[in-house]
Write a new protein. Structure first.
Length: 390
């Protein structure tokens, strides 16, 4: 942890010490950018990136998200060499359970797109789904979508790995330092005010997750991000321990589960009753719809208790459930990478590369113009809804 009362100047200030800010800091520093300051109002990975396990996949409906997932999967596989950390990657696959014919048709179409882009995904029958995940009652589904190259990793380990490497390349990381204002003049960033002093800078990158709307507003930039609590339960070690199973999700109910790598299971569900807000306390009311869905799809899970407690964190939702990536048109050198709506961890390596290139004025490996925050100010055709979100 880097300490101090103030930093007078910085070439670029990154706001947010989660996986997105850490990835951006590493990629910029690796490219030779100096005098980088990363600000985190709490501890690194204390927001959404602090969750115990994060899914990694390329199984999406939007070709842009598919390519972001592919690029990131390659980076996760080589993370031990660059930047150098063990993120506990387990390529157990992703298994989407499908109970409605219309969903099978939609996933079949998406699978065709995925395969055209090089993703190993396919639609399988109930028996094969049960063979991959014995918890699944094959009579409860009509089909499933499966990609064996997907899986999960440890977000906090990834944040720590990125920041360790970034510090080694000269990045200053200031924790417990909240941003209170962003000064602009003539359509340009001039300074960032914090609880530890004022930083003179000509560039800001907002990677503040669910808090990005307020950061953008300080600079006069609209970032339509809404915080939404999501929760998981941890069973602790089970007897017998669970088999190696894919990251399994029911597309209709949003129930999901997977092994935790330590003899237990992670259980989750996106509770439709959850109201937007910044609350991050763990509660158990969502276990009621989880158990109802499990009774239909995976009966052995219906009565499991979260013996090891649980976790609550925030999704950073956008109106179309797609990310916001780009540079503000009216405030020069204000860049942003936020609003990932639940798939930020898995896209963080690729987005770090993209923001690096945008900041350096280079062409990224993929055009992220469609993900600009201004798309919501345009015709409805500019919005890109992502279907494969839980």
């Amino acid at each position: 942890m880097d300490h101090g009362t103030s930093t007078d100047t910085a070439q670029v200030v990154i706001i947010g010490g989660g996986v997105m800010g850490a990835s951006i800091a590493f990629h910029l520093a690796e490219a030779g950018v100096r005098d980088i300051l990363l600000l985190e109002r709490d501890d690194p990975a204390s927001g959404s990136s602090g969750k115990p396990i994060g899914g990694v996949r390329a199984q999406f409906s939007d070709p842009l998200n598919i390519r972001l997932g592919q690029r990131s999967l390659r980076a996760w596989r080589s993370f031990a060499a660059r930047p150098g950390a063990d993120v506990g990657l387990r390529s157990v696959g992703y298994l989407f359970l499908l109970t409605r014919d219309k969903d099978v048709a939609a996933f079949r179409e998406a699978s065709l797109t995925q395969r055209e882009l090089g993703v190993d995904s396919r639609i399988i029958g109930p028996r094969e789904a049960h063979a991959l995940c014995p918890y699944v009652d094959p009579a409860s589904i009509v089909a499933a979508a499966y990609s064996p190259d997907d899986g999960y990793a440890l977000p906090k380990a990834a944040v720590d790995g990125y920041l360790r490497a970034a510090r080694g390349l000269g990045v200053t990381v200031r924790t417990h330092c909240a941003v209170t204002a962003i000064e602009t003049d003539g359509g340009a960033v001039r300074a960032v005010r914090t609880t530890a002093g004022t930083v003179r800078t000509g560039s800001v990158i907002c990677a503040a997750g669910a808090w990005s709307g307020a950061i953008g507003a300080m600079a006069g930039v609209r970032l339509p991000v809404t915080p939404l609590r999501r929760q998981i339960a941890l069973t602790g070690p089970l007897t017998p321990p669970p088999p190696r199973i894919p990251f399994t999700l029911d597309f209709d109910s949003t129930l999901y589960f997977h092994d935790d790598g330590a003899g237990g299971l992670v259980l989750g569900l996106s509770d439709p009753r959850q109201e937007p807000g910044f609350g991050r306390e763990f509660s158990k009311e969502w276990l009621e719809p989880f158990r109802a869905a499990a009774a239909r799809l995976a009966p052995a899970l219906a009565d499991l208790e979260p013996a090891s407690g649980g976790w609550a964190g925030l999704y950073e939702m956008t109106p179309d459930r797609n990310a916001l990536i780009g540079e503000a048109p009216d405030v020069g050198r204000f860049l942003y990478a936020t609003g990932f709506s639940g798939h930020g961890f898995l896209q963080a390596p690729a987005v770090g590369e993209i923001v690096r290139d945008l900041w350096l004025g280079r062409e990224p490996f993929i055009d992220v113009g469609p993900l600009a925050a201004t798309r919501f100010e345009k015709a409805a055709a500019a919005v890109r809804p992502e279907a494969h979100i839980i």
